[in-house]
Write a protein that binds this ligand. Structure first.
Ligand code: PLP
Length: 224
């Protein structure tokens, strides 16, 4: 096994252990391997080790990397975990199977239009700014219910769940608990929460997706 394959196996093991500790069914949390900034040759060993769900935060970068990788392996599931601009909605619908970052009406409208045009319906999650951080994307938790309702009633979109990125300097547990509570109140199944530093905590709070990058691929070039 390569280093990256050893790290992937370790993360899978830790997710399974956290599921067990939390009395959740095995496989209840799916691993999104976040491959942003890494090249195809860094990603291939992870695909070879059986990983099929990958996350990217930029539409353009994903478009440059993934068509070739997907031509080699048919059952890749690609997730957009970074902010989406409405002028990239068409490419996002074309490329991604799951979009975690729906956070305003303009994006909901653009996605609805492109989904109708392309006849393709990626799974959609709403990003919630649980820490109310001004620099961070996501809707105010108090507006989550109204926003999810508007996605459905105004734009005909099915929202499958919620996503959050807790403030870096805070303990993540309360943020994961808040996201889980809102999802429960709204009857939404998917919870995208937890990254390299805190994915086991997120599993404990009911994450259905954890998004793990550096703990699998190694440190990213900060300039990239
Ligand atoms: C980069 C990124 C991740 C992965 O972060 P790591 O700390 O490297 O695991 C997860 N979620 C989002 C939204 C990201 O942009």
């Amino acid at each position: 096994m390569t280093d990256v394959q050893t790290r992937l196996a370790d993360i899978r093991h830790r997710i399974a252990r956290a599921e067990k500790t939390a009395d959740r069914p095995e496989g209840a949390t799916r691993l999104v391997a976040v491959s942003k900034t890494f090249a195809g040759d860094d990603i291939r060993p992870v695909i070879a080790a059986g990983q099929r769900i990958f996350g990217e935060n930029r539409v353009q970068e994903a478009k440059a990397k993934w068509p070739e990788l997907r031509a080699e392996t048919s059952d890749i599931e690609l997730h957009l975990i970074g902010p989406l601009q409405s002028n990239k909605a068409r490419e996002a619908v074309e490329l991604f199977d799951v979009i975690h970052t729906v956070d305003r009406e303009k994006i909901a409208a653009a996605l609805a239009e492109e989904m109708a045009r392309l006849g393709k319906r990626p799974k959609l999650l709403v990003q919630v700014n649980t820490g109310l951080e001004p620099q961070k994307a996501g809707i105010d938790p108090r507006e989550a219910a109204a926003f999810v309702a508007a996605c459905k009633d105004t734009y005909g979109l099915t929202i499958a769940g919620l996503m959050c990125i807790p403030p870096a300097e805070e303990s993540p547990g309360p943020h994961f608990a808040l996201l889980a509570q809102i999802a429960r109140d709204l009857g939404l199944a998917e919870l995208s929460m937890g990254m390299s530093a805190d994915f086991e905590t997120a599993v404990g709070f009911g994450a259905s997706y954890v998004r793990v990058g550096s703990a699998i691929f190694g440190h990213r070039d900060p300039a990239a």
